[in-house]
Design a protein around this ligand. Structure first.
Ligand code: GCU
Length: 422
């Protein structure tokens, strides 16, 4: 089919779908029934019964997610250059060694670097496990330390009503320091013997429709293609490049690297953990629609919202399913299953209804059959736990009482799970 025809068909499908747009449903009674695709079904009939068979099928499920949802991450081999800009031996009041590293792609000299900051507990006697996670606000926003340079990248403006507007004309200013320290309890994480590696997600691609024009997707991929990678693909790519660096740093144990993210960055962390099996563990916090939760479950955010506000996060093919998610060849429990047999943790928040916390739990539950092939138990219950309980082995889950956020409470449970599983 020629490109014009494909575009016309896509427009037609989207129009038809909008004509029957379903409003966001928040009533369990209106969720309706749905049948999830079986991750263990074999294309020619019959069912997978062994881990070995699953491993033969896995690539085909991965392709389904690439073709239908996130797009293909280009597999061109790139050469990276790591520039250590700073090593500070008494960061966080002497608790940490802090390193700042710029990651350049040699093939694309005009591409701005990923500016990574790494915090390692100074007391560590040996290389430590490391959380690899993008941040929403720039590295200067995750710590109260004043000596991290303000990121100069594009950022979303602060609301006009804010008395301390941290971002004006899309640039961070001094007000922006430490704005998200509550999400990054560095002292508590380091105290438990974990390192943290983070970078601003906009270093990889600014989070707006035209952001790709200055990011890696302007260099790699083909925007005309309906299966070209979206911004989530780019951010996941960035997490893998951070891991490339970490593999060269003796302070951390890169064999114990944990891909972690909140919300849209939880979607990216999942996609990174699925594609890059070097990540020993994957954590999604409140990642919701197009992340951990089931697309077929009509509760909270739906694909219409994603299409309207953030379609550039996914590939175009995804939106051919607008209004009829039951026709998707997969659902998100299969994405979660693609992490198997490596440990996976899904966290929800009780008031984060837009992300459909129960759908996130059910998704994790329905990933279990694949973990069971490896003799791994999973959640250990079919009942959605009440807030405040952390459950599961190899697949972990908790529901925090509260709103859409990532807090010390969540980190503590992630670390308990990592202590057990790594
Ligand atoms: C929006 C978006 C969600 C996303 C969230 C976030 O609400 O619709 O899909 O998870 O932002 O990243 O905070």
């Amino acid at each position: 089919m020629n490109k014009l025809l494909v575009t016309l068909l896509l427009l037609l499908t989207v129009r038809l779908a909008y004509a029957q747009k379903i409003v966001n449903n928040y009533d369990e009674a209106n969720v309706g029934t749905f049948a999830l695709p079986d991750p263990l079904a074999l294309p020619g009939g019959g069912r997978i019964t062994t881990a070995k068979q699953w491993e033969m099928q896995r690539a085909s499920w991965l392709r389904t997610f690439q073709e239908t949802m996130y797009g293909y991450t280009p597999d061109k081999k790139l050469t990276l250059r790591f520039q250590v800009v700073e090593t500070k031996h008494d960061a966080l009041n002497g608790q940490a060694i802090r390193k700042r590293i710029n990651i350049y792609v040699t093939e694309y000299p005009t591409l701005l670097p990923i500016e990574l900051v790494l915090y390692v507990p100074k007391a560590a006697k040996k290389p430590v496990p490391v959380f690899v996670s993008l941040n929403f606000v720039g590295n200067h926003g995750i710590t109260a330390e004043k000596d991290i340079p303000l990121s100069e990248r594009w950022m979303r403006n602060s609301p006009d009503t804010m008395s301390t507007p941290a971002v004006v004309k899309n640039k961070a200013n001094e007000w922006a320091r430490g704005v998200q320290t509550r999400r990054w309890p560095l002292e508590a994480i380091l105290e438990r013997g974990y390192a943290v590696a983070t970078a601003y997600y906009g270093d990889i691609e600014p989070d707006h429709r035209d952001g790709w024009k200055i990011g890696i997707r302007s260099m790699l991929g083909d925007t005309a293609k309906a299966n070209n990678w979206g911004a989530i693909g780019a951010w996941a790519w960035g997490l893998s490049r951070m891991l490339d660096y970490l593999e060269t740093d003796k302070l951390v144990d890169a064999k114990k690297a944990i891909s972690l993210g909140h919300s849209r960055l939880g979607k990216a962390a999942l996609w990174a953990g699925v594609q890059d099996t070097r990540f020993a563990m994957t954590i999604s916090n409140d990642s919701g629609e197009g992340g951990a939760t089931l697309t077929r479950r009509n509760f909270g955010e739906n694909v219409f919202d994603i299409h309207k506000n953030n379609s550039f996060w996914y590939c175009k093919n995804y939106f051919t399913y607008l209004g009829h998610p039951n026709d998707l060849p997969m659902d998100q429990h299969i994405l979660l299953a693609l992490v198997a047999p490596r440990p996976l943790y899904i966290a929800s928040a009780s008031q984060d209804l837009f992300a459909d916390p129960k759908g996130e739990f059910l998704s994790a539950l329905n990933a279990e059959p694949v973990y069971k092939l490896y003799g791994k138990a999973g959640l250990g219950t079919t009942v959605w736990p009440r807030p405040g309980m952390a459950i599961g082995n190899t697949i972990g889950y908790h529901l925090r009482d509260g709103i859409h956020d990532i807090l010390l409470y969540d980190w503590e449970r992630f670390m308990n799970f990592a202590d057990k599983n790594l």
